[in-house]
Design a protein around this ligand. Sequence first.
Ligand SMILES: Nc1ncnc2c1ncn2[C@@H]1O[C@H](COP(=O)(O)OP(=O)(O)O)[C@@H](O)[C@H]1O
Ligand SMILES: *[C@@H]1O[C@H](CO)[C@@H](O)[C@H](O)[C@H]1NC(C)=O
Ligand SMILES: *[C@@H]1O[C@H](CO)[C@@H](O)[C@H](O)[C@H]1NC(C)=O
Ligand SMILES: *[C@@H]1O[C@H](CO)[C@@H](O)[C@H](O)[C@H]1NC(C)=O
Ligand SMILES: *[C@@H]1O[C@H](CO)[C@@H](O)[C@H](O)[C@H]1NC(C)=O
Ligand SMILES: *[C@@H]1O[C@H](CO)[C@@H](O)[C@H](O)[C@H]1NC(C)=O
Ligand SMILES: *[C@@H]1O[C@H](CO)[C@@H](O)[C@H](O)[C@H]1NC(C)=O
Ligand SMILES: *[C@@H]1O[C@H](CO)[C@@H](O)[C@H](O)[C@H]1NC(C)=O
Ligand SMILES: *[C@@H]1O[C@H](CO)[C@@H](O)[C@H](O)[C@H]1NC(C)=O
Ligand SMILES: *[C@@H]1O[C@H](CO)[C@@H](O)[C@H](O)[C@H]1NC(C)=O
Length: 681
Amino acid sequence: MHLPVLFFMPISDMKPMSLLLLKLLFLGLSFVAGDDHKFSYSGFASTNLTLDGTASVTPNGLLELTNGTTLGQGHAFYPTPLRFHNSSDGTVQSFSFSFVFAIISLYNDLSSNGMTMFIAPSKNFSSAMPVQYLGLLNSQNNGNQTNHIFAVELDTFKNMEFQDINDNHIGIDINGLQSIQSHDAGFYDDKNGTFQGLGLDSQEAMQVWVDYNREKMLINATMAPLGMAKPKTPTLSANYNLSTVLTDVAYIGFTAAMGKINTRHYVLGWSFGMNGPAPAINATMLPKLPPRPHPKERRRLRVLEITLPLATAVLILSVAIIVFLLVRRHLRYAELHDDWEVEFGPHRFSYKDLFRATQGFDDKNLLGAGGFGRVYRGVLPRNKLMVAVKRVSHDSRQGMKEFIAEIVSIGRLQNPNLVQLLGYCRRRGELLLVYEYMPNGSLDKYLYGEVDKSTLTWDQRFRIIRGIASALIYLHEEWEKVVVHRDIKASNVLLDDELNGRLGDFGLARLYDHGVEQETTRVVGTIGYLAPELARTGKATPLTDVFAFGTFILEVTCGQRPIIQGTEDTQVMLVDWVLEHVQQGSLADAIDTRLKGHYNVHEAYLALKLGLLCSHPFASARPSMQQVIQYLDGHIEPPELTAHQSFQALALMQNEGFDSYIMSYPSSTTFATVSSISGGR
Ligand SMILES: Nc1ncnc2c1ncn2[C@@H]1O[C@H](COP(=O)(O)OP(=O)(O)O)[C@@H](O)[C@H]1O
Ligand SMILES: *[C@@H]1O[C@H](CO)[C@@H](O)[C@H](O)[C@H]1NC(C)=O
Ligand SMILES: *[C@@H]1O[C@H](CO)[C@@H](O)[C@H](O)[C@H]1NC(C)=O
Ligand SMILES: *[C@@H]1O[C@H](CO)[C@@H](O)[C@H](O)[C@H]1NC(C)=O
Ligand SMILES: *[C@@H]1O[C@H](CO)[C@@H](O)[C@H](O)[C@H]1NC(C)=O
Ligand SMILES: *[C@@H]1O[C@H](CO)[C@@H](O)[C@H](O)[C@H]1NC(C)=O
Ligand SMILES: *[C@@H]1O[C@H](CO)[C@@H](O)[C@H](O)[C@H]1NC(C)=O
Ligand SMILES: *[C@@H]1O[C@H](CO)[C@@H](O)[C@H](O)[C@H]1NC(C)=O
Ligand SMILES: *[C@@H]1O[C@H](CO)[C@@H](O)[C@H](O)[C@H]1NC(C)=O
Ligand SMILES: *[C@@H]1O[C@H](CO)[C@@H](O)[C@H](O)[C@H]1NC(C)=O
């Protein structure tokens, strides 16, 4: 190296070349390609291009400027800068370059956005923008004289802002993307001089030659398909004094940029000549382009590219819908579970099963609506068992444990005259009770002919009375603890397939007792069945059940509702009405006329007597259910109606008792409303 020597030589002694070298050293530039620099690359495998952005050199030597990344841009630079100015007069020297490129898009006739080969003062393109700026410039510096950029663009988009002629053109750009001269991509045929168009995004490799003549200040740009000799007539030429544009020292290279259409811009070969023609690029040595998708495949990919976002949107939407449905399903089938319920596990039904069994609690499965809620017919999905599902709205957790313990434990023992409780389900604000299905519905419909059914015979009626009596004995005395039913009435007596009476709804009223504040005892039950003392004390006892049972007996025997709606707003209590018949000695007239006299007189009179006895206003005068059964079975004779003094009292007390009950009944409560409705039946 003679460099150290240079430093000790007087500057004036240095040759101009050495001086320049020194200048460059001070500038920090390692090397500037000189006046007649030339190169030719067929492939870039062994070259030292400077790359940035999405640019890379593929293993087989292709320069890939864009790799399909949306809005990507890539740059490749010849590693060393070139000196463009003539050292004696400072004008830009003649130069030529040539390159082989290919634009490979997923689509047949669409690609984004184009590429350039440029001469620029620096390798710093960090401010360049993609899409229509081709990775060369940006919206701020486009067209600015201080850019000192010369470029040849191969543009596949028609940008109105740059006054592009079409979407498939070659153009000469000075400092900006608005070409000073542009032309359809293609070439003029050497033989007949006609123009042959070339599709830039035809996926085929093509060659471009650019020549600048210093004297004429003429820029020629020529295109041809790869393999064809350079056509004599350039595709386009422009007169421009590049001395006003290019810096003395400048870099050459390529840019390419993408919009959204998946495109790859490739350079296969490149040659450059300063002050001379660009060396030929040996076409046989060029790297192979990646296998291009078959047109069909491309169409498929294009369809894919268009459908994919759509499919993604659809997928996201369907996932959202599925999540929504799952959440809704979760909410729809949501249940309440408490620790204490574990022991009742076998009696617990899943809400989903009940929902399915009743076809979503469809109105067509509605069996009826009672004081506690609606009752639906259902078929359990697991064992095809017919059930009746009662939905009881209940917000309070208070008393729920005791209630469930009670109904479940009662459900465990089977009494032929109780409607078997199969289980329950708890949800927020509601309790679902699953009973065995009683195909013949409730007794009241038979008694009052709401449905067109043949009236029950006396034998059937008496059997029902006896059945309900034995059910009550079971609840009051035979079960390990005393269970008060609290809502005995004809509509709570259901008939099985053999028309046996079965008592339903046991314990439900109790749930309501538990559910309210302790201070204000609220009466639960149905008007007409409520014992007078119940209105005063609010305390349900087996004897209040007996009272209701008495009314029930009279109902069945007389075929009358507990409160008889007379003409003009007058209401008569069934008990009073029967008592009147007793006093008038016309007991036979009290018996249901629908029986048309076909009844056992002894049994019917017994029933009337028992009904009155059980509905005695004085609790102490009422028999226990055990006694009632004995009367019914004829083991004991009931007291004679006329002779027994208590009936005199009964006659006196009846109205008063009911009136005082009316007075004390908290009519403003919701329950009063509900009870009134069921009492009105
Ligand atoms: N286990 C059952 N099988 C068949 N039908 C029933 C069953 N339970 C109730 N029902 C029907 O649903 C209606 C309403 O029942 P329910 O709520 O017990 O009435 P209420 O509250 O007035 O006693 C009854 O009149 C009856 O027709
Ligand atoms: C490429 O450049 C690096 C340093 O920039 C250098 O070490 C290497 O030898 C060069 N390779 C070629 C083939 O020029
Ligand atoms: C494209 O190039 C960029 C930058 O090098 C890179 O992050 C990205 O993963 C590349 N994409 C593909 C598809 O190769
Ligand atoms: C440089 O300019 C001088 C004077 O115009 C000219 O004689 C010479 O040929 C030029 N050199 C080149 C390489 O163009
Ligand atoms: C490139 O230019 C930007 C401004 O356009 C500047 O912020 C950045 O520092 C430059 N990078 C280098 C490596 O010079
Ligand atoms: C051109 O660029 C220079 C330097 O970046 C700036 O000072 C000047 O204002 C720009 N000119 C226009 C017309 O934008
Ligand atoms: C010119 O020649 C080319 C082939 O060399 C041919 O395809 C084209 O049709 C010719 N044009 C005319 C006008 O003859
Ligand atoms: C440019 O093209 C014209 C024909 O249009 C030709 O006369 C001229 O020699 C060409 N110049 C260069 C530098 O190739
Ligand atoms: C070309 O531009 C340079 C630099 O501005 C100038 O010196 C030269 O005279 C121009 N040439 C012509 C023919 O205008
Ligand atoms: C191109 O390269 C091939 C293989 O190296 C060689 O055989 C052929 O002669 C070359 N052609 C030209 C025109 O240099």
